[in-house]
Design a protein around this ligand. Structure first.
Ligand SMILES: [Zn+2]
Length: 251
C-alpha cells in the first residue's frame, strides 16, 4: 500500500452508506480514480465541503493497485472554482469540462498534460466568464488534438481541396467540402467564418483565446459538431448532461 499525495479535480461525488461518499477524482499523479471519503458527510468531518465538483484540491489517499476504490485520508482546498460567479452559464461550461474529462480520459490513464490544461481552462473560464463558450470550444479542440484526433479544418477529407465551407460527415467522422458532401443530409454545416474561427482557435493558447474574437453566428452548433466528431473517434456517445441543462435554460 502506498500513500499518494497529488493535485486533483473533483469530478463527481456520490453519497455512500450513512455518512460517507464515493468521489471520482481526476488526479495529476494517477489520472482518474475513485476514492471513498469515510464519514465525509458528518458535520464535524474535516473532509466536509471540500469534495464538491469544480473544486481543485490536494488529496492524500492510500493506494492499493488491487482495489477499485482507494481510501481518502486528507484534503486541502487549493481553489474552489466558480464560487464567486453569478453567471450560471460559465459554471455549466465548467461542469461540461469535467464531464468531458470523465468520458474521454480512461481510468488510471496518467496524463499530466491533460490535467494541467484542464485546470488552466477551468481557472480561465472562472476569470473570464463571458468567454466560456469560446474556451469550451478551445478545450474540445485541444483535448481532441492531445488524444491524437486533430480536427482537420483545412482540407476536404475526400477530394483534398482546400475547404471554404464544410459539412461534417458523420459516417466517416471527417469534414468534406460542399460538392463532396452534396449527397449528405447532414445538419452539421460549417460556414466560411465558422472555419476561420476554428482555424484561429487552433493556433490560440488559452491566453489568446480570451482576446476579443468574433464569435461565430451559432457557437452551440459548433460545439455539437465537435462533440459528434470526438464521440465518433473515441467510439462512445458524448451527450453531455450539463449542456442539456443549458438548452433548457435557453429561450
Ligand atoms: Zn471535397
Amino acid at each position: 500500500m502506498a500513500i499518494i499525495k497529488t493535485e486533483a479535480l473533483v469530478l463527481r461525488t456520490i453519497p455512500f452508506q450513512d455518512s460517507s461518499c464515493i468521489v471520482k477524482l481526476f488526479t495529476k499523479e494517477q489520472g482518474k480514480i475513485s476514492v471513498i471519503a469515510k464519514g465525509a458527510r458528518r458535520l464535524k468531518s474535516n473532509l466536509r465541503g471540500y469534495l464538491e465538483p469544480l473544486n481543485y484540491i490536494e488529496a492524500i489517499y492510500y493506494y492499493k493497485a488491487t482495489r477499485d476504490i482507494q481510501t481518502l485520508s486528507k484534503v486541502d482546498l487549493l481553489r474552489a472554482l466558480f464560487i464567486n460567479t453569478t453567471d450560471i452559464e460559465s459554471s455549466i461550461f465548467g461542469l461540461a469540462v469535467l464531464e468531458l474529462i470523465d468520458r474521454v480520459v480512461h481510468d488510471h490513464q496518467h496524463d499530466a498534460e491533460v490535467f494541467d490544461f484542464s485546470v488552466q481552462t477551468l481557472e480561465t473560464m472562472d476569470r473570464y466568464s463571458d468567454n466560456c463558450r469560446v474556451l469550451f470550444i478551445h478545450f474540445i479542440i485541444s483535448i481532441a488534438g492531445i488524444l491524437g484526433y486533430r480536427f482537420e479544418t483545412d482540407y476536404c477529407s475526400r477530394c483534398k481541396n482546400r475547404l471554404s465551407a464544410a459539412i461534417y460527415d458523420s459516417g466517416t467522422g471527417q469534414l468534406v467540402c460542399q460538392s463532396c458532401g452534396s449527397y449528405l443530409s447532414s445538419p452539421y454545416k460549417l460556414t466560411a467564418s465558422d472555419l476561420q474561427f476554428l482555424n484561429n482557435l487552433h493556433k490560440s493558447s488559452l491566453e489568446t483565446a480570451i482576446n476579443p474574437m468574433t464569435l461565430p453566428a451559432s457557437p452551440d452548433r459548433i460545439i455539437y459538431i465537435l462533440l459528434a466528431y470526438l464521440a465518433y473517434h473515441i467510439d462512445s456517445p458524448l451527450n453531455l448532461k450539463s449542456l442539456s441543462i443549458l438548452s433548457e435554460l435557453s429561450p
